[in-house]
Design a protein around this ligand. Structure first.
Ligand SMILES: Cc1ncc(COP(=O)(O)O)c(C=O)c1O
Length: 417
């Protein structure tokens, strides 16, 4: 059979589609129908019955005392900051390689996001860079457990304790992960999860905040429910708004929750097999998995490629070629210094509080994040890890095929440059 790259007209390595996402069954239909037939479609009174059930189950699964379900996994972080009374004049440290939401959330709360570089092995936020960025205004750190990794929570917790800071873990990619047997999102003051359509525990939209702190949980409930007091005894109002999620979505989350562990375990088993197979593929590595990660879960599985092993081609060319071979993938997020989706100057914050200098992205430079984003980073679709060993074998074969065709890749890369 011809070994010509599929992007150049050859036969693709994989002809069969990988399993689609999201998936639903009769149980999901029944739950949504039950919500539809009830007299509460929306999120008020907050929390509704399905909302309450999901929060109890998800918080227990992850290991937190309280869960607060809301409209998405961006406002979860904004609400966490507001519940902690973090806003005007405060600084929040975020990583340079993440989705725009992580940096947007502090701005939405009125605080300045202070962006720091990632560390080169795992691409998690660099704890040394975090410590170096702390000022008297710093109030919180938002580490992001991207893809399959968990940031070094021991180092970050030590820093947070030393400087009296809060940690809000951005766990949008991390449902089910454990760090030293503790569920992620339960190590910091708050954990923030997304249930957006592509996420691994989804209702199309939604987000959950986890916390062990009862008072903060009540404040978060209040902030998402127009400021209504959630403490019968103290009648404490907050400055809130309507960020509630409706019961149809919450109902879907209760049935998706039932399938979650099986899906997570299936992906993890195939990911371990994939990591073994990667030994045959020079110049491709999985992001470093810290031995303190005691349960693997992921939204996308992230690999780093060395262009030298692909004729000098970088991640965009390789993704295009892999896609043509039937292997779903994506180059991932841009670095914060070059992020088309993150435009802080469009907010009033730079003008209003003289943050123009700090929010001028042209002045930012994050070498590790930039190298990852421009050159090395590839997010492999989760479906690759739900198609048995054959699904993984096809991905490995496609990488090897690209390497056998590195001259063609070099030409493709030069044309696209
Ligand atoms: C790292 C990260 N944080 C936050 C979010 C925001 O989640 P949502 O889309 O639910 O607002 C995402 C979504 O892609 C994400 O990837």
């Amino acid at each position: 059979m011809s070994d010509t790259l599929a992007i150049l007209g050859g036969p693709p390595v994989r002809n069969q589609a990988y399993p689609q996402w999201p998936v639903c069954d009769h149980e999901d239909e029944a739950q949504v129908l039950a919500a539809l037939r009830s007299d509460q479609w929306g999120g008020y009174p907050e929390p509704g019955p399905f909302n309450h059930q999901f929060c109890q189950e998800f918080a227990a699964f992850q290991g937190a005392k309280h869960g607060i379900l809301m409209a998405n996994g961006t406002i979860t972080m904004e609400v966490a900051l507001k519940a902690l009374d973090i806003g005007w004049g405060d600084e929040v440290i975020v990583p340079a390689l993440t989705f725009a939401a992580t940096a947007y959330a502090p701005m939405a709360a009125g605080a300045l996001p202070v962006v720091v570089d990632i560390e080169p092995r795992s691409w998690g936020i660099d704890a040394e860079a975090v410590e170096a960025a702390i000022t008297p205004r710093t109030r919180a750190i938002i580490p992001v457990h991207t893809g399959q990794i968990v940031c070094d929570m021991d180092a970050l917790t030590a820093i947070a304790q030393k400087y009296n800071l809060h940690i809000i873990e951005d766990c949008a990619h991390s449902h089910g992960k454990r760090w030293r047997d503790q569920g992620v999102g339960c190590i910091g003051t708050f954990g923030s999860f997304s249930h957006q359509n592509s996420k691994i525990l989804t209702a199309g939209e939604g987000g959950t905040l986890l916390t062990d702190d009862e008072r903060l949980a009540r404040r978060a409930h209040s902030i998402i429910d127009c400021g209504r007091p959630k403490d019968a005894a103290q009648q404490e109002y907050t400055f809130g708004c309507n960020y509630r999620l409706g019961e149809l979505h919450a109902a879907l989350l209760t049935s998706q929750m039932k399938k979650f562990t099986r899906q997570m375990d299936e992906r993890a088993a195939n990911a371990y097999y994939f990591m073994e197979c990667l030994a045959q593929v020079p110049g491709v590595r999985a992001l470093h998995l810290d031995s303190r990660i005691t349960r693997l879960s992921f939204y996308r599985f992230i690999i780093a490629i060395d262009p030298e092993a692909f004729g000098g081609a970088t991640n965009q060319t390789i993704c295009d070629a892999l896609d043509a071979e039937g292997i779903g993938c994506w180059v991932g997020y841009e670095a914060m210094s070059n992020y088309t989706l993150f435009q802080p100057h469009l907010s009033r914050l730079p003008v209003a509080v003289h943050y123009a200098e700090q929010l001028d992205t042209r002045k930012w430079s994050f070498p590790n994040a930039e190298r990852a984003a421009f050159t090395e980073q590839i997010y492999l679709d989760e479906g690759i890890f739900r198609a048995g060993k054959a699904g993984v074998d096809d991905c490995i074969e496609a990488l090897l095929k690209l390497q056998r065709n590195c001259d063609s890749l070099r030409t493709l890369h030069q044309k696209s440059a």
